[in-house]
Design a protein around this ligand. Sequence first.
Ligand SMILES: [Zn+2]
Ligand SMILES: [Zn+2]
Length: 346
Amino acid sequence: MAIQESFCPRCGAPATDGICGRCRAAGTRWLSADPRVTCIHCPTCGSLRHGAAWTDMACSREDLADQLVRSALHFHPDLTDPGVSLSIRDLTPTRSVAEVRITGRLYGQPVEETAQVEIAWKGEQCDRCSRISGGYYEGVVQVRAEGRETSPFEREVADRIAVQLEDTLQAAGERLAFISGVEEKEGLDIIVGSHRMGQEIARQVTGALGGQWTVHPKLVGERDGRPVYRITYSIRLPRWKKGDVVWTGKEYLEVRESGGRDVKVFDLADGGTRSVPPASDWRFIGNVRDAMEAVVAYIDRGVIGLLDPVTWASVENRVLPWIAPREGAMLRVLRDAVRGNLVIVG
Ligand SMILES: [Zn+2]
Ligand SMILES: [Zn+2]
């Protein structure tokens, strides 16, 4: 049986089907490279613009340049095993140039090309930064407490929750979940860029500190034919907070839970826990978080002798059934300035 031999009409080399691989590869434009790519970034926060949308940049400028240059390369669909190596030089702060070498296989033949791609870096204020600098906001979270001032601890917790939420929501792609300001007024005012942000802060702050929150929207105008509301999220922290020690007129109680109608208290005399309605004449002694340490000087027939950590005077206290101190140990105490004694809290 005779072998059917055919030859390439271009070069005369043996070929199975018309033009040989080498001639097909040589006659095919398999690479096109855009001469210039533009990267629009926010000079304030580094966000990137893609078309009309902004996103937070999650990579370094080098990685970004690498991605941009690769996006400028377009290959023939028959190219296999493409390999790209590139080196980028910054010409000016707004202009870089990449020397690119591309290799691959086309119709069984190794191919190679070089190209040059210029990167133009363009700064433009992003949607979020322009809102912030323009004073735009959608809501205010007002942190207040019932019948008292908010404590530094409560303001710190609220502030930390807001900052953490800003990070998590933005990482999840909610670009406009920003805090545009925090003001200490009678309590704390947190000014936020989105309703979602305000609602989440109010929910988490009352979750951590107790209390209630209410929503007060106010129509402030129209945007693209839709009404625009500015919302006040009004938080009321409970009158008594966790860890507060009060004198009821008869006994010392430590508040363990509050926010509802009753408060759950720990009786600092007998160590029992119960729920009681708070009375208006409860006197605030201090919060266990601010307790001082006092050394146990002696224990004698149901009496604990404590050294007052400020005056160094010896102060006597009844032995408490819920605590078993040893001589020389430390106990945590609060001072009742009115009655002139130390209250053991732990
Ligand atoms: Zn040929
Ligand atoms: Zn920005």
